[in-house]
Design a protein around this ligand. Structure first.
Ligand SMILES: NC(=O)c1ccc[n+]([C@@H]2O[C@H](COP(=O)([O-])OP(=O)(O)OC[C@H]3O[C@@H](n4cnc5c(N)ncnc54)[C@H](O)[C@@H]3O)[C@@H](O)[C@H]2O)c1
Ligand SMILES: O=C(O)CC[C@@H](O)C(=O)O
Length: 527
């Protein structure tokens, strides 16, 4: 008998796909501490959670039979993915089922903000019939700025247009055609800040988006702007929001999510122009049913070793295909990740070329790994072997793969070419000794770089007094250079320097390096 532990009040109705399997026992768990979960987890083959249960490294490491962890929803920030991957435990989610719920909650929050509904209800329940205190604003003809035009952002845009709002959006990973099909004007982030009467965020919490809306962003906004966050706590800096609400710069804010949850202590809760809900975005009967059905189906497929659609960590492909290309999966993903950080402009096309021995293999999983590496840092949803082409297509990115016999002297070579509206960039990599990944070419310049950790990329003119000054500037910050590679095609022409450093080089130093005579560009890459 296989045992599945279901936590966090996942919809009972949605568990039907699990319950109809005769050899699967479903156990509904009550709220547990980490210690309790560590105690019970060894007996389970699968675990389903929403956001309350934290599946920590300790929990994962205590599991002895666990094959799959299912998230009834989108965000997997409560699951230690690295620990699960290391133990070979599949993590699956249900990214589509709660889109409409989160969208409608956002619209509800925007209307509640505009018309002071929560405050007026509270006053009335205190026995005060106060019409004067709650003069609102209309949405019609106001500008809504959406940050993150993915599934929820797009659905919010449609509904806001029905309310006769002008919708503008910032999403560096969506192209103009996609935005045009939604009749949404794509603008720079600063323009969203400067032009919007209402701002709503619909992007994942990543290193880039953490505290992206803080004092500086508020300073750029219109006086009296209203702000909504039904995405992830931490995208808006709550302390800066507090200051902006107190000063009146921000007329009102509505949060469904907080940096720390649960949260009943936030100073924001004391402000009259602040409204909030306890992470209710996905809390509709329909959404909970959808995500429970979706995740239950995925758990059954995973336990039966069948194709799983929404894997978060491990590709679901046939063992034969996987074993042939597995050693290259990490390299392919790193090449995609490297391109995501090097290329500028809106990506239009990705071309992956396989040469040497790899050209004789079934390489589509590797192409997907490249796309995953490119899109993963920017998308909340899982990029996997089934959906990667669709996700890229939805963003107007064409993906091609090709084989080419010429491997430049390497046993196998993967070349990833990315074409954007501003640039064309090519990176190539191989495995040394069938296991050590190396980036061996950037834009035709030969190098030999281990794609891990922090790497400084400095294209420059090949002439004296470049490497020394750059090294000195990094040394000034006590940052150790672990390795250095320079590639050039001809003396005195363009060259590329790649420095592996033990810590990220601060922004300020990057600015100083950019000023060194002969330096053409500088980028800090994290792999
Ligand atoms: N409150 C809730 O209960 C609830 C429910 C569902 C989803 N969510 C959250 O809502 C958010 C959006 O979910 P989704 O399903 O629409 O995700 P999605 O992956 O479909 O869309 C995210 C969009 O954000 C864009 N993006 C990524 N980084 C960006 C950046 N730095 N600047 C601007 N745009 C950026 C991506 O290009 C993408 O289009 C996620 O954070 C998700 O966890 C919350
Ligand atoms: O399960 C929930 O209630 C929240 C889910 C939501 O935050 C998500 O990321 O899907």
């Amino acid at each position: 008998m296989l045992k599945v532990l279901v936590m966090d009040g996942v919809s009972e109705e949605g568990l039907v796909p699990l319950r109809r399997e005769e050899d699967i026992e479903v156990v509904i768990g009550q709220k547990m501490t980490e210690d309790d979960l560590v105690q019970v987890i060894p007996e389970y083959d699968a675990l389903i959670v929403r956001s309350a249960t934290k599946v920590t490294r300790r929990v994962v490491e205590a599991a002895q039979n666990l094959k799959v962890i299912g998230r009834a929803g989108v965000g997997v920030d409560n699951i230690d993915l690295e620990a699960a991957t290391t133990r070979g435990i599949l993590v699956v989610n249900a990214p589509d089922g709660n889109t409409i719920a989160a969208t409608e909650h956002t619209i509800a929050m925007m209307l509640a903000l505009a018309r002071n509904i929560p405050q007026a209800v509270a006053r009335l329940k205190e026995g005060v019939w106060d019409k004067k205190a709650f003069i609102g604003v209309e949405l019609r003809d106001k500008t809504l700025g959406i940050i993150g035009l993915g599934r929820i952002g797009s659905a919010v845009a449609k509904r806001a247009q029905a309310l006769e709002m002008n919708v503008i959006a910032y999403d560096p990973f969506i192209n103009e055609e996609k935005a045009a099909s939604l009749a949404v004007e794509l603008v720079a982030l600063e323009d969203v800040y400067r032009r919007s009467d209402f701002i709503t965020v619909h992007l994942p919490k990543t290193k880039e988006s953490y505290h992206m809306i803080g004092d500086e962003a508020f300073a750029l906004m219109k006086d009296g702007v209203r702000i909504i966050n039904c995405a992830r706590g931490g995208i808006i800096d709550e302390e800066a929001l507090y200051r902006a609400l107190v000063s009146g710069k921000v007329a009102g804010a509505a949060l469904d999510v907080f940096e720390k949850e649960p949260n009943t202590e936030s100073p924001l809760l004391s402000l009259p122009n602040f409204i909030a809900t306890p992470h209710l975005g996905a809390s509709t009967r329909e959404a909970q049913l959808n995500v429970a059905v979706d995740v239950s189906g995925e758990i059954v497929a995973a336990l039966r070793g069948k194709l799983v659609k929404n894997t978060v960590n491990i590709p679901s492909i046939s063992p034969q295909v996987l074993s042939a290309v597995r050693p290259y999966l990490g390299l392919a993903e790193k090449l995609g990740k490297l391109q995501a950080q090097l290329v500028t402009g809106r990506i239009r096309k990705i071309e992956v070329v396989y040469s040497g021995e790899l050209a004789r293999q079934e390489v589509s999983p590797l192409t997907t790994a490249v796309v995953k590496g490119l899109l993963d840092p920017i998308l909340q949803e899982t990029v996997n072997f089934v959906n990667a082409p669709v996700l890229a297509k939805n963003r107007g990115i064409q993906v091609f793969q090709a084989v080419d016999g010429e491997a430049e002297g390497y046993a196998s070579l993967i070349t990833v070419k990315v074409y954007s509206d501003k640039a064309e960039k090519s990176v190539a990599g191989t495995l040394f000794g069938k296991q050590d990944p190396r980036v061996v070419m950037i834009d035709g310049y030969r190098i030999d770089v281990d794609p891990s950790g922090h790497i400084l990329y400095v294209p420059h003119i090949d002439k004296p007094r470049i490497i020394g000054p750059v090294g000195l500037l990094i040394g000034k910050h006590d940052i150790n250079i672990a390795a250095m590679q320079v590639g050039r095609k001809e003396i005195g022409g363009k060259a590329i320097m790649m420095l592996s450093v033990d810590a990220p080089v601060p922004e300020e130093t990057l600015g100083e390096i950019a000023q060194v005579d002969g330096v053409l560009d500088v980028k800090m890459v994290h792999l």
